[in-house]
Design a protein around this ligand. Structure first.
Ligand code: COA
Length: 378
Protein backbone atom coordinates (compact mmCIF):
# COMPACT_ATOMS: atom_id res chain seq x y z
CA UNK A 1 0.00 0.00 0.00
CA UNK A 2 1.23 3.56 -0.68
CA UNK A 3 1.69 4.53 2.96
CA UNK A 4 4.17 1.66 3.29
CA UNK A 5 6.21 2.59 0.24
CA UNK A 6 9.60 3.65 1.56
CA UNK A 7 10.59 6.97 -0.04
CA UNK A 8 14.14 8.21 -0.02
CA UNK A 9 13.81 10.99 -2.59
CA UNK A 10 11.71 14.09 -2.12
CA UNK A 11 10.63 17.27 -3.87
CA UNK A 12 11.54 19.88 -1.29
CA UNK A 13 10.97 23.16 -3.09
CA UNK A 14 9.66 24.84 -6.21
CA UNK A 15 10.20 28.21 -7.86
CA UNK A 16 8.31 30.29 -10.39
CA UNK A 17 9.34 33.30 -12.45
CA UNK A 18 6.50 35.09 -14.21
CA UNK A 19 7.40 37.69 -16.86
CA UNK A 20 6.16 41.22 -16.25
CA UNK A 21 4.57 41.64 -19.70
CA UNK A 22 1.06 40.40 -20.47
CA UNK A 23 -0.60 40.05 -23.86
CA UNK A 24 -4.37 39.69 -23.69
CA UNK A 25 -6.46 37.80 -26.25
CA UNK A 26 -7.89 41.13 -27.37
CA UNK A 27 -4.41 42.49 -28.08
CA UNK A 28 -3.16 39.40 -29.92
CA UNK A 29 -6.31 39.13 -32.06
CA UNK A 30 -6.28 42.85 -32.93
CA UNK A 31 -2.66 42.58 -34.07
CA UNK A 32 -3.19 39.33 -36.02
CA UNK A 33 -6.32 40.69 -37.72
CA UNK A 34 -4.56 43.93 -38.68
CA UNK A 35 -1.73 41.81 -40.13
CA UNK A 36 -4.23 39.75 -42.19
CA UNK A 37 -5.74 42.97 -43.62
CA UNK A 38 -2.29 44.09 -44.67
CA UNK A 39 -1.43 40.64 -46.12
CA UNK A 40 -4.72 40.36 -48.03
CA UNK A 41 -4.32 43.89 -49.46
CA UNK A 42 -0.71 43.29 -50.48
CA UNK A 43 -1.61 39.97 -52.14
CA UNK A 44 -5.01 41.02 -53.50
CA UNK A 45 -4.33 40.14 -57.14
CA UNK A 46 -2.83 36.71 -56.33
CA UNK A 47 -5.78 35.98 -54.02
CA UNK A 48 -8.21 37.10 -56.76
CA UNK A 49 -6.43 34.85 -59.28
CA UNK A 50 -6.76 31.88 -56.90
CA UNK A 51 -2.99 31.57 -56.53
CA UNK A 52 -3.05 32.40 -52.81
CA UNK A 53 -5.66 31.93 -50.10
CA UNK A 54 -6.88 34.99 -48.24
CA UNK A 55 -5.97 34.93 -44.56
CA UNK A 56 -8.97 34.39 -42.27
CA UNK A 57 -9.54 36.48 -39.17
CA UNK A 58 -8.90 35.19 -35.67
CA UNK A 59 -11.33 35.80 -32.81
CA UNK A 60 -11.22 36.27 -29.05
CA UNK A 61 -14.34 34.09 -28.69
CA UNK A 62 -12.74 31.19 -30.60
CA UNK A 63 -9.54 31.32 -28.55
CA UNK A 64 -11.35 31.27 -25.22
CA UNK A 65 -13.75 28.50 -26.25
CA UNK A 66 -11.19 26.31 -28.06
CA UNK A 67 -8.33 26.69 -25.57
CA UNK A 68 -9.46 28.35 -22.31
CA UNK A 69 -6.58 30.84 -22.66
CA UNK A 70 -7.35 34.44 -21.63
CA UNK A 71 -3.86 35.93 -21.72
CA UNK A 72 -0.19 34.99 -21.84
CA UNK A 73 2.97 36.36 -20.20
CA UNK A 74 5.91 37.16 -22.47
CA UNK A 75 9.58 37.81 -21.75
CA UNK A 76 9.68 40.69 -24.27
CA UNK A 77 6.49 42.25 -25.61
CA UNK A 78 8.17 44.62 -28.09
CA UNK A 79 7.74 43.43 -31.66
CA UNK A 80 5.12 40.72 -31.11
CA UNK A 81 2.13 42.97 -31.81
CA UNK A 82 3.91 45.06 -34.45
CA UNK A 83 2.35 43.99 -37.77
CA UNK A 84 5.59 44.86 -39.57
CA UNK A 85 7.47 42.35 -37.37
CA UNK A 86 5.17 39.74 -35.71
CA UNK A 87 7.89 38.33 -33.46
CA UNK A 88 9.56 39.50 -30.25
CA UNK A 89 12.52 41.87 -30.56
CA UNK A 90 15.20 40.38 -28.30
CA UNK A 91 18.61 41.90 -29.04
CA UNK A 92 21.54 39.48 -29.13
CA UNK A 93 23.75 39.76 -26.07
CA UNK A 94 27.56 39.68 -26.16
CA UNK A 95 29.11 36.30 -25.36
CA UNK A 96 30.45 37.56 -22.03
CA UNK A 97 26.93 38.56 -20.84
CA UNK A 98 24.39 36.39 -19.08
CA UNK A 99 22.19 34.68 -21.67
CA UNK A 100 18.45 35.40 -21.71
CA UNK A 101 17.51 31.86 -20.82
CA UNK A 102 20.04 31.64 -17.97
CA UNK A 103 18.64 34.94 -16.67
CA UNK A 104 15.07 33.65 -16.39
CA UNK A 105 16.27 30.24 -15.17
CA UNK A 106 18.13 31.96 -12.33
CA UNK A 107 14.99 33.75 -11.12
CA UNK A 108 13.09 30.47 -10.79
CA UNK A 109 16.14 28.61 -9.41
CA UNK A 110 16.70 31.12 -6.59
CA UNK A 111 13.01 30.97 -5.68
CA UNK A 112 13.11 27.14 -5.52
CA UNK A 113 16.34 27.10 -3.47
CA UNK A 114 14.78 29.52 -0.98
CA UNK A 115 11.64 27.42 -0.61
CA UNK A 116 13.75 24.28 -0.06
CA UNK A 117 16.23 26.00 2.33
CA UNK A 118 19.15 25.09 0.07
CA UNK A 119 22.36 26.92 -0.66
CA UNK A 120 24.69 26.36 -3.61
CA UNK A 121 26.87 24.14 -1.41
CA UNK A 122 23.99 21.69 -0.90
CA UNK A 123 23.41 21.12 -4.63
CA UNK A 124 25.41 18.65 -6.75
CA UNK A 125 23.71 18.91 -10.16
CA UNK A 126 21.81 21.42 -12.29
CA UNK A 127 19.52 20.26 -15.09
CA UNK A 128 17.92 22.72 -17.51
CA UNK A 129 15.08 20.87 -19.15
CA UNK A 130 12.72 22.63 -21.55
CA UNK A 131 11.30 22.70 -25.07
CA UNK A 132 14.08 24.79 -26.66
CA UNK A 133 17.47 26.11 -25.61
CA UNK A 134 18.72 29.34 -27.16
CA UNK A 135 22.04 27.77 -28.17
CA UNK A 136 23.54 24.32 -28.60
CA UNK A 137 26.47 24.77 -26.23
CA UNK A 138 27.81 25.50 -23.69
CA UNK A 139 24.79 24.18 -21.79
CA UNK A 140 22.50 26.79 -20.22
CA UNK A 141 22.61 24.58 -17.11
CA UNK A 142 26.38 25.03 -16.80
CA UNK A 143 25.99 28.80 -17.11
CA UNK A 144 23.37 28.74 -14.33
CA UNK A 145 25.58 26.44 -12.24
CA UNK A 146 28.43 28.92 -12.62
CA UNK A 147 26.27 31.93 -11.69
CA UNK A 148 25.00 30.20 -8.55
CA UNK A 149 28.45 28.89 -7.55
CA UNK A 150 27.34 25.26 -7.52
CA UNK A 151 30.01 22.54 -7.70
CA UNK A 152 29.37 19.24 -9.48
CA UNK A 153 27.82 19.19 -12.95
CA UNK A 154 25.05 20.49 -15.17
CA UNK A 155 23.46 19.58 -18.48
CA UNK A 156 20.57 20.56 -20.74
CA UNK A 157 17.87 18.23 -22.01
CA UNK A 158 14.95 18.73 -24.42
CA UNK A 159 11.72 16.73 -24.35
CA UNK A 160 9.25 19.41 -25.53
CA UNK A 161 6.18 19.55 -23.26
CA UNK A 162 7.39 16.66 -21.12
CA UNK A 163 10.81 18.16 -20.45
CA UNK A 164 9.97 19.08 -16.83
CA UNK A 165 8.59 15.70 -15.79
CA UNK A 166 11.30 13.80 -17.68
CA UNK A 167 13.87 16.09 -16.02
CA UNK A 168 12.35 15.32 -12.62
CA UNK A 169 12.65 11.62 -13.42
CA UNK A 170 16.39 12.12 -14.04
CA UNK A 171 16.73 14.10 -10.81
CA UNK A 172 14.92 11.36 -8.90
CA UNK A 173 17.19 8.69 -10.39
CA UNK A 174 20.37 10.63 -9.62
CA UNK A 175 19.41 11.10 -5.98
CA UNK A 176 18.13 7.51 -5.66
CA UNK A 177 21.36 6.18 -7.19
CA UNK A 178 23.51 8.39 -4.99
CA UNK A 179 25.21 10.20 -7.87
CA UNK A 180 23.89 13.52 -6.47
CA UNK A 181 22.60 14.48 -3.04
CA UNK A 182 20.45 17.27 -4.33
CA UNK A 183 19.46 18.30 -7.88
CA UNK A 184 18.20 21.66 -9.14
CA UNK A 185 15.87 21.21 -12.14
CA UNK A 186 14.91 24.28 -14.14
CA UNK A 187 12.44 24.84 -17.00
CA UNK A 188 13.13 28.24 -18.61
CA UNK A 189 10.48 28.30 -21.35
CA UNK A 190 11.10 31.12 -23.81
CA UNK A 191 8.57 29.92 -26.38
CA UNK A 192 7.46 33.33 -27.69
CA UNK A 193 10.53 33.36 -29.93
CA UNK A 194 9.26 30.21 -31.70
CA UNK A 195 5.57 31.10 -32.06
CA UNK A 196 4.26 31.81 -35.54
CA UNK A 197 2.28 34.97 -34.76
CA UNK A 198 1.12 34.93 -38.43
CA UNK A 199 -0.68 31.60 -38.00
CA UNK A 200 -4.32 31.78 -36.98
CA UNK A 201 -4.09 28.20 -35.72
CA UNK A 202 -1.31 28.81 -33.23
CA UNK A 203 -0.70 32.56 -32.66
CA UNK A 204 -2.55 32.49 -29.31
CA UNK A 205 -1.22 29.28 -27.78
CA UNK A 206 2.03 30.00 -25.92
CA UNK A 207 3.43 32.10 -23.09
CA UNK A 208 6.85 32.43 -21.47
CA UNK A 209 7.71 31.42 -17.89
CA UNK A 210 10.42 29.70 -15.84
CA UNK A 211 9.90 27.08 -13.16
CA UNK A 212 12.34 25.19 -10.95
CA UNK A 213 12.20 22.21 -8.61
CA UNK A 214 14.61 20.93 -5.95
CA UNK A 215 14.91 17.15 -5.61
CA UNK A 216 16.94 15.78 -2.72
CA UNK A 217 17.37 12.94 -0.22
CA UNK A 218 14.63 12.70 2.39
CA UNK A 219 17.17 12.78 5.22
CA UNK A 220 18.52 16.20 4.21
CA UNK A 221 15.11 17.82 3.63
CA UNK A 222 14.21 20.70 5.99
CA UNK A 223 11.44 22.24 3.90
CA UNK A 224 7.98 23.10 5.26
CA UNK A 225 6.23 21.68 2.21
CA UNK A 226 7.84 18.57 0.79
CA UNK A 227 6.71 15.53 -1.13
CA UNK A 228 7.99 11.97 -1.22
CA UNK A 229 8.41 10.82 -4.80
CA UNK A 230 6.71 7.42 -4.72
CA UNK A 231 7.06 6.54 -8.38
CA UNK A 232 7.86 7.89 -11.85
CA UNK A 233 6.55 6.68 -15.21
CA UNK A 234 7.33 7.79 -18.75
CA UNK A 235 6.14 6.78 -22.19
CA UNK A 236 6.80 8.02 -25.72
CA UNK A 237 5.23 7.26 -29.09
CA UNK A 238 6.48 8.94 -32.25
CA UNK A 239 4.19 11.47 -33.92
CA UNK A 240 4.77 14.49 -36.16
CA UNK A 241 1.46 16.08 -35.16
CA UNK A 242 3.31 18.58 -32.95
CA UNK A 243 6.54 19.58 -34.62
CA UNK A 244 9.27 22.18 -35.07
CA UNK A 245 11.89 21.69 -37.81
CA UNK A 246 14.16 24.36 -36.34
CA UNK A 247 17.59 22.82 -36.21
CA UNK A 248 21.18 22.44 -37.23
CA UNK A 249 20.57 21.22 -40.80
CA UNK A 250 18.85 24.37 -42.16
CA UNK A 251 22.18 25.86 -43.22
CA UNK A 252 23.34 22.67 -44.94
CA UNK A 253 19.96 22.07 -46.56
CA UNK A 254 19.83 25.55 -48.15
CA UNK A 255 16.39 26.24 -46.67
CA UNK A 256 14.97 29.33 -45.01
CA UNK A 257 15.78 28.87 -41.31
CA UNK A 258 12.81 31.13 -40.45
CA UNK A 259 10.07 29.49 -42.57
CA UNK A 260 6.79 28.50 -40.89
CA UNK A 261 7.71 24.82 -40.49
CA UNK A 262 10.78 25.84 -38.45
CA UNK A 263 8.38 27.31 -35.86
CA UNK A 264 5.88 25.47 -33.65
CA UNK A 265 3.10 23.92 -35.73
CA UNK A 266 0.62 21.18 -35.03
CA UNK A 267 -2.43 19.28 -36.10
CA UNK A 268 -4.29 20.35 -32.97
CA UNK A 269 -7.42 18.32 -33.56
CA UNK A 270 -5.44 15.07 -33.99
CA UNK A 271 -3.30 15.85 -30.95
CA UNK A 272 -6.42 16.37 -28.91
CA UNK A 273 -8.00 13.10 -30.08
CA UNK A 274 -4.89 10.97 -29.72
CA UNK A 275 -3.24 12.36 -26.58
CA UNK A 276 -6.27 12.55 -24.26
CA UNK A 277 -6.91 8.77 -24.19
CA UNK A 278 -3.15 8.08 -24.01
CA UNK A 279 -2.77 10.36 -20.99
CA UNK A 280 -5.79 8.88 -19.21
CA UNK A 281 -4.55 5.33 -19.83
CA UNK A 282 -1.02 6.25 -18.73
CA UNK A 283 -2.26 7.78 -15.48
CA UNK A 284 -4.52 4.83 -14.67
CA UNK A 285 -1.77 2.29 -15.25
CA UNK A 286 0.74 4.35 -13.25
CA UNK A 287 -1.65 4.47 -10.29
CA UNK A 288 -2.43 0.75 -10.65
CA UNK A 289 1.28 -0.06 -10.46
CA UNK A 290 1.21 1.24 -6.86
CA UNK A 291 -2.16 -0.32 -6.04
CA UNK A 292 -3.80 3.12 -6.08
CA UNK A 293 -7.15 4.18 -7.51
CA UNK A 294 -8.21 7.65 -8.70
CA UNK A 295 -10.47 8.45 -5.68
CA UNK A 296 -7.38 8.09 -3.46
CA UNK A 297 -5.68 10.94 -5.34
CA UNK A 298 -6.07 14.33 -3.71
CA UNK A 299 -4.92 16.34 -6.72
CA UNK A 300 -3.68 16.03 -10.30
CA UNK A 301 -1.29 18.76 -11.45
CA UNK A 302 -1.78 18.27 -15.18
CA UNK A 303 0.01 19.65 -18.21
CA UNK A 304 -1.55 22.95 -19.26
CA UNK A 305 -2.09 23.14 -23.02
CA UNK A 306 -5.81 23.33 -23.47
CA UNK A 307 -8.68 23.52 -20.98
CA UNK A 308 -10.82 21.09 -22.94
CA UNK A 309 -8.05 18.45 -22.80
CA UNK A 310 -7.57 18.95 -19.06
CA UNK A 311 -11.30 18.86 -18.35
CA UNK A 312 -11.81 15.75 -20.48
CA UNK A 313 -8.93 13.86 -18.85
CA UNK A 314 -9.70 14.85 -15.25
CA UNK A 315 -13.48 14.36 -15.58
CA UNK A 316 -12.96 10.91 -17.10
CA UNK A 317 -10.49 9.96 -14.38
CA UNK A 318 -12.80 11.01 -11.53
CA UNK A 319 -15.99 10.06 -13.40
CA UNK A 320 -17.41 13.43 -12.36
CA UNK A 321 -16.63 17.11 -12.82
CA UNK A 322 -13.18 17.38 -11.26
CA UNK A 323 -12.95 21.16 -10.96
CA UNK A 324 -10.11 23.38 -9.76
CA UNK A 325 -9.61 21.60 -6.42
CA UNK A 326 -8.87 18.17 -7.92
CA UNK A 327 -7.17 19.40 -11.12
CA UNK A 328 -6.19 23.08 -10.97
CA UNK A 329 -6.00 25.16 -14.16
CA UNK A 330 -3.37 27.85 -14.72
CA UNK A 331 -3.45 28.04 -18.53
CA UNK A 332 -6.17 30.71 -18.48
CA UNK A 333 -3.54 33.14 -17.15
CA UNK A 334 -0.27 31.58 -18.38
CA UNK A 335 -1.43 29.96 -21.68
CA UNK A 336 0.55 26.88 -22.80
CA UNK A 337 4.01 27.20 -21.28
CA UNK A 338 5.32 23.94 -22.77
CA UNK A 339 6.98 21.83 -20.08
CA UNK A 340 6.41 24.29 -17.24
CA UNK A 341 2.60 24.08 -17.05
CA UNK A 342 2.22 21.19 -14.61
CA UNK A 343 5.00 22.63 -12.45
CA UNK A 344 3.28 26.05 -12.28
CA UNK A 345 0.10 24.24 -11.18
CA UNK A 346 2.06 22.26 -8.57
CA UNK A 347 3.89 25.37 -7.34
CA UNK A 348 0.70 27.42 -6.94
CA UNK A 349 -1.56 24.66 -5.63
CA UNK A 350 0.23 22.29 -3.25
CA UNK A 351 0.52 24.00 0.14
CA UNK A 352 -3.04 23.15 1.18
CA UNK A 353 -2.53 19.37 0.95
CA UNK A 354 -2.46 17.49 4.27
CA UNK A 355 0.31 15.16 5.35
CA UNK A 356 0.07 11.78 3.52
CA UNK A 357 -2.21 13.20 0.78
CA UNK A 358 -1.23 11.75 -2.58
CA UNK A 359 -0.99 13.76 -5.81
CA UNK A 360 0.14 13.26 -9.40
CA UNK A 361 2.20 15.58 -11.58
CA UNK A 362 1.70 14.77 -15.27
CA UNK A 363 2.74 16.23 -18.61
CA UNK A 364 1.72 15.24 -22.13
CA UNK A 365 2.71 16.67 -25.48
CA UNK A 366 5.03 16.60 -28.45
CA UNK A 367 6.90 13.40 -29.18
CA UNK A 368 4.29 12.20 -28.18
CA UNK A 369 5.63 12.10 -24.66
CA UNK A 370 3.89 11.54 -21.34
CA UNK A 371 5.61 11.78 -17.96
CA UNK A 372 4.16 11.39 -14.47
CA UNK A 373 5.26 11.37 -10.84
CA UNK A 374 3.17 10.08 -7.95
CA UNK A 375 4.02 12.13 -4.86
CA UNK A 376 2.95 12.06 -1.21
CA UNK A 377 2.88 15.08 1.09
CA UNK A 378 5.26 14.59 4.05
N1 COA B 1 -9.91 32.14 -34.70
C1 COA B 1 -11.08 31.79 -35.28
N2 COA B 1 -11.28 30.60 -35.86
C2 COA B 1 -10.25 29.73 -35.89
C3 COA B 1 -9.00 30.03 -35.32
C4 COA B 1 -8.85 31.29 -34.73
N3 COA B 1 -7.68 31.66 -34.16
N4 COA B 1 -8.18 28.99 -35.51
C5 COA B 1 -8.88 28.04 -36.16
N5 COA B 1 -10.13 28.50 -36.41
C6 COA B 1 -11.22 27.80 -37.11
C7 COA B 1 -10.69 26.69 -37.99
O1 COA B 1 -10.32 27.18 -39.25
C8 COA B 1 -11.89 25.78 -38.06
O2 COA B 1 -12.81 26.28 -38.97
P1 COA B 1 -13.69 25.31 -39.89
O3 COA B 1 -14.50 24.50 -38.93
O4 COA B 1 -14.47 26.24 -40.72
O5 COA B 1 -12.69 24.48 -40.63
C9 COA B 1 -12.52 25.89 -36.67
O6 COA B 1 -12.05 27.15 -36.16
C10 COA B 1 -12.08 24.78 -35.75
O7 COA B 1 -10.66 24.63 -35.84
P2 COA B 1 -9.89 23.50 -35.09
O8 COA B 1 -8.43 23.62 -35.39
O9 COA B 1 -10.56 22.17 -35.37
O10 COA B 1 -10.17 23.93 -33.59
P3 COA B 1 -10.04 23.10 -32.29
O11 COA B 1 -11.32 23.11 -31.59
O12 COA B 1 -9.38 21.77 -32.52
O13 COA B 1 -9.03 24.00 -31.43
C11 COA B 1 -6.75 23.96 -30.72
C12 COA B 1 -7.71 24.23 -31.86
C13 COA B 1 -5.33 24.10 -31.23
C14 COA B 1 -7.01 24.96 -29.62
C15 COA B 1 -6.99 22.53 -30.17
O14 COA B 1 -7.07 21.62 -31.23
C16 COA B 1 -5.95 22.08 -29.22
O15 COA B 1 -5.61 22.72 -28.25
N6 COA B 1 -5.44 20.85 -29.42
C17 COA B 1 -4.46 20.26 -28.56
C18 COA B 1 -3.20 20.95 -28.79
C19 COA B 1 -2.13 20.58 -27.82
O16 COA B 1 -2.33 20.35 -26.68
N7 COA B 1 -0.93 20.54 -28.35
C20 COA B 1 0.19 20.29 -27.58
C21 COA B 1 1.11 21.42 -27.80
S1 COA B 1 2.43 21.26 -26.76
Amino acid sequence: MPSEIPATVVISGTGLWTPEHIITNEEIVASYNAWTDKYNTEHASAIQAGELEAKQKSSVEFILKASGIKQRYVYVKDGILDIERMRPAIPERPEDSLSNQAEIALHAARDAMKSANKTAADIDAVVVSCAYTQRAYPAIAIEVQNELGIMGFGFDMLVACSAATFGLHRGYEMVAAGTARCVLLINPELISSQVDYCSRDSHFIFGDVATAVIVERADTCTSLHSYDILSTKAMTQFSSNVRSNFGILSRASDVDPFSADKLFHQNGRKVYKEVCPMAEQHLRSHLESLGLTVPEIRRFWLHQANINMNTLISNRLFDKEAGMDLAPIVLDQYANTASAGSIIAFHLYNHDLASSDIGVICSFGAGYSIGSLIVRKR
